[in-house]
Design a protein around this ligand. Structure first.
Ligand SMILES: Cc1cc2nc3c(=O)[nH]c(=O)nc-3n(C[C@H](O)[C@H](O)[C@H](O)COP(=O)(O)O)c2cc1C
Length: 144
C-alpha cells in the first residue's frame, strides 16, 4: 500500500525538529517494514509512506495525530503497487534542493498564502519524481 499526503507545519519547524521527526520515523519504520520519503519547504510537508496495508494505516494514523502539523490532505491512496522509495526507511529532502525543476522553483518563489493553488498536483508530482531519481540512482530495488 502507498499513501501520499500533504500537510502544513503548525509551528516554525527547525532543523532539530526535522532531525527528531526523522529519528523516530526511521526507528518505527524499520520495525514496521515501512519505506518512503519526506519533503519539507515553505511550511509544507509532503510524505510518501509505503509498505503492507495494516502497517501503513497504523503509521498514517500516528502521523496524523502529531501536533507538529495539521490540515493533512491525502493526495494518493493505492494498493498492490511496487515500492518507489524502497531504499529509505524515510528519505528526506528540502524542497529548495529541487528548485532546478521549473514548477518547484515557481512554487518556492511565490507567496503561497496569496495563491493557495500554487502547491498543486504538478508541483507535488515534480517533487516526487525528482526525489525518486536519487533513490533509483542508488540502484536499490525492493519488492512491495
Ligand atoms: C511530517 C511528519 C512525518 C512523520 N513521519 C513519520 C513516519 O514516517 N513514521 C513514524 O513512525 N513517525 C512519523 N512521524 C512521527 C510521529 O508522528 C510520532 O511522533 C512518532 O512516531 C512517535 O515516535 P516516538 O515517540 O516513539 O519517538 C512523523 C511526524 C511528522 C510531523
Amino acid at each position: 500500500m502507498v499513501k501520499v499526503y500533504r500537510s502544513k507545519a503548525r509551528l516554525e519547524i527547525t532543523a532539530s525538529d526535522i532531525d527528531a521527526i526523522l529519528a523516530s520515523s526511521r526507528r518505527h519504520n524499520e520495525d514496521a517494514g515501512i519505506t518512503g520519503m519526506l519533503l519539507f519547504g515553505k511550511g509544507y510537508f509532503v510524505q510518501v509512506i509505503e509498505g503492507n496495508g495494516p502497517a501503513v494505516d497504523r503509521t498514517y494514523r500516528r502521523i496524523l495525530s502529531d501536533a507538529r502539523h495539521g490540515d493533512a490532505v491525502l493526495l494518493y491512496d493505492g494498493s498492490g503497487e511496487p515500492r518507489r522509495f524502497g531504499c529509505w526507511s524515510m528519505g528526506f529532502s528540502h524542497m529548495e534542493a529541487h528548485s532546478h525543476v521549473a514548477s518547484v522553483a515557481h512554487f518556492l518563489q511565490h507567496d503561497h498564502e496569496a495563491d493557495p493553488y500554487g502547491f498543486g498536483p504538478d508541483v507535488t508530482l515534480a517533487l516526487l519524481l525528482d526525489f525518486r531519481r536519487i533513490c533509483s540512482g542508488s540502484g536499490a530495488v525492493a519488492a512491495a
